[in-house]
Design a protein around this ligand. Structure first.
Ligand SMILES: Nc1ncnc2c1ncn2[C@@H]1O[C@H](COP(=O)(O)OP(=O)(O)OP(=O)(O)O)[C@@H](O)[C@H]1O
Ligand SMILES: [Mg+2]
Length: 286
């Protein structure tokens, strides 16, 4: 990949070039090539305002399909706001106003004919605090499928989602017990199972491991790498090592709501183009 001239590295060329492979492959120096990805989400000049206050400025980036894209940056720089733009969760915040285009499979999700509820079935979300419903483990996972009127084999889909979330073996004999009785890490994997059960295309995760201990965090990280074979993952994290370990692409937002640099994760962490990004990554501020 050619080196960008500009310090703001969000050019079409840099973001749509084939990625070198999985994060792990990139870190090991292997170029798998075969995992080149097309963008599934294209942000075009997204601005977000809360009342008079602007939280995001002119965000343009392409998020590749079936990859992990990490959003990093200091508190208040707009990471969660951007994540919520992707599946129109900002619609639920009365003061929020979004301008610009957010293309999902080439369709602007802000077009009048887009149903946000249907959109969120294709673009699911996992939050920082595990938030299982006060229902059985089974019903937590089956919930979205039932709402959709799923007519196939519900038991099989629940099992598949729990296996996909690396939780099946731990809960298969207690599917009727409450999701709230699980440990924090198990609850978060249950939430991931709930998110993947309706077979979305994209899963948005806002600091999904920050409330968990190191063992549970590592399980979630492994899980994210696994599910990115099938789903596109966009994850907000404050943990630089986590971003470096699990993501293929990294977007660095800085104070003021700017996207300052977006590139292959390896490039961002080893040789960022922007001095502010380097200072942030090396812990000089943030
Ligand atoms: N519901 C809201 N109403 C008004 N302002 C908001 C709202 N949510 C976020 N903001 C403001 O928008 C800016 C970006 O917030 P956001 O939560 O997106 O940042 P963040 O990067 O996710 O931060 P953190 O790392 O602390 O989670 C901040 O100035 C914040 O105060
Ligand atoms: Mg946030």
């Amino acid at each position: 990949m050619s080196e960008p001239e500009s310090s703001v590295d969000t050019t079409e060329e840099s973001v749509s070039s084939p990625t070198p492979g999985t994060a792990a492959a990139a870190q090991s120096g292997l170029d798998t090539g075969a995992r080149a990805a097309e963008p599934i989400i294209k942000s075009r000049g997204i601005d977000v305002f809360y009342g008079d206050q602007q939280a995001l400025r002119d965000i343009t980036m392409d998020i590749p399909e079936k990859r992990v894209t990490a959003l990093i940056g200091p508190s208040g720089c707009g990471k969660s706001t951007f994540l919520r733009c992707i599946n129109r969760m900002n619609d639920l915040i009365p003061a929020a106003r979004v301008e610009g285009e957010l293309l999902f499979s080439e369709k602007n999700v802000y077009d009048d004919d887009v149903d946000p509820v249907a959109l969120r079935r294709k673009i699911g979300m996992v939050f920082q605090q595990p938030n299982p419903f006060p229902k059985s483990i089974y019903d937590n996972v089956a919930y979205g499928l039932k709402i959709q009127g799923y007519e196939g084999d519900l038991d099989a889909r629940v099992e598949e989602a729990l296996r996909g979330a690396a939780l099946w073996d731990e809960v298969k004999d207690q599917l009727d017990s409450s999701g709230l009785d699980l440990s924090g890490g198990q609850q978060q994997r249950l939430c991931i199972a709930r998110a993947i059960a309706p077979d979305p295309e994209v899963i948005l995760m806002d600091e999904p491991a920050s409330a968990l201990d190191p063992v549970a965090t590592s399980q979630i990280e492994d899980l994210i790498s696994d599910i990115s074979e099938e789903f596109t993952v966009v994850i907000v994290t404050h943990n630089m090592q986590q971003a470096a370990r699990i993501s293929d692409k990294t977007a660095v937002f800085l104070t003021g709501g700017e996207l300052v640099e977006f590139n292959d994760t390896e490039k961002i962490f080893e040789n960022p183009s922007n001095q502010r990004v380097e200072d942030y990554i090396t812990g000089k501020f943030g």
